[in-house]
Design a protein around this ligand. Sequence first.
Ligand SMILES: [Zn+2]
Length: 262
Amino acid sequence: MVGLALVIVLVAAGTGLWITWDDTQTSRASPAGRVADLAPPSTAAADTRPTTTMALAPPCRFGDDPVTTDPATDWATTIVDTRYRLPEDFVPPDLVPVTEAGFDSQDQVREVMIEDLGAMRAEAEAAGAPFVVVSGYRSFSYQAQLYLERVAQVGEEEANRRTARPGHSEHQLGTAIDVLDPQGADLTTAFADTPTGRWIADHAHEFGFVLSYPEGGIDRTCYDYEPWHLRYVGRDVAAEIHELGITPREWMAAQAARDQEG
Ligand SMILES: [Zn+2]
């Protein structure tokens, strides 16, 4: 049933069938209505926001389409996935080391997120769930190197599920970080069950960060579960994504549809 719903939702999304809650109330017999019926239950039927967009994940495709928004200014809404690619020469304009947020490592992130990152570091530490930043900005050429190494290790198919092809990593945006508890050695899903991993899952959104690749979401995120990979989208957007229970990619796709309409 879930699989069927997903297929229908993906087909609907693929044909550009963007629907609103109001539409589904008045067109039960239409294909759009059936999509809504199969979609996850709305958490707030009285809410006037287009709640059904939560189910409209664009299908995951492999491609090299250029991103559809300016990653320098639209850092909260730029979709970077297996299809949409950042330009080879895109470098965020305001990179600073995470030492400015109180970390020891030299990884770089955009200055726009430093204040919230520092606040999250302090709050996590106070909660007994300290974390370190183990990865931040990655250049296009560094992504190319990582990808080729991974292909050599595990083959192309497995590599594509785990490692972004050059230009397809959110890390090039400068607003994505990988975090671990200070004792953690490897990026594995076991991180989710550590005190730090649980704290991140529960509280990161309060500081403007979201998990780009939540558990069970590969059909909607295009990548395997990564409890350590956070993307900064700002507190308002993060709160909305958390409240709706959708993936950031779904939120961004819905946002793009809203921008097209208006
Ligand atoms: Zn990452």
